[in-house]
Design a protein around this ligand. Structure first.
Ligand code: T46
Length: 138
């Protein structure tokens, strides 16, 4: 799995700090949708799905949470707790978000509008899709 951590620009002065994502900074990414997850309950797990085509950048703009990424071969968990760090999720990746702090606000920038057809919500379907993608690549 490629390193998904993006170091976002941070402009800090005596007034505070400002971070941003724009096309080409830090990666080429066209945002078509922004959503945010908040008021999360302790001990919940969200996500538990993959996307067929969606690219997303997640930024924990307040508090903290953990994000597990699984490409069908290996899993890696990332702790998001800084507003100047993004997590790029692209390709066939199963994701789970958990360990939400009570003040967590998880911002997501996505390169497509919401479409339930783009979701794979069963892990076995995800595993089949990973194998299929590998066969096509050969
Ligand atoms: C993802 C992770 C990181 C909409 O109507 N519009 C939207 O733009 C989104 C994102 C969701 N919804 C609806 C669909 C469900 O009825 O809101 C409800 C909750 O969505 P979901 O259960 O998919 O939420 P999470 O937190 O499990 O997953 C979300 C995103 O859906 C997903 O793309 O990668 O955050």
């Amino acid at each position: 799995m490629k390193n998904p951590i993006l170091s976002l620009p941070k402009i800090a002065d005596e007034r505070g700090a400002l971070s941003f994502v724009q096309n080409g900074m830090p990666i080429k990414f066209e945002t078509k949708r922004v959503y945010w997850i908040y008021e999360t309950q302790a001990n919940v797990r969200r996500g538990l799905h993959a996307h067929k085509n969606l690219r997303q950048i997640l930024v924990c703009i307040s508090g903290s949470c953990s994000v597990l990424l699984d490409d069908g071969y290996s899993q890696q968990t990332y702790q998001l707790d800084r507003p100047d760090v993004g997590l790029l999720i692209e390709g066939l990746i199963w994701r789970e978000m958990f360990n939400f702090s009570s003040d967590c606000v998880l911002l997501a920038m996505a390169d497509a509008e919401y479409s339930e057809n783009d979701y794979i919500r069963s892990y076995s379907e995800f595993s089949t899709a990973v194998l299929h993608a590998k066969t096509i690549k050969k």
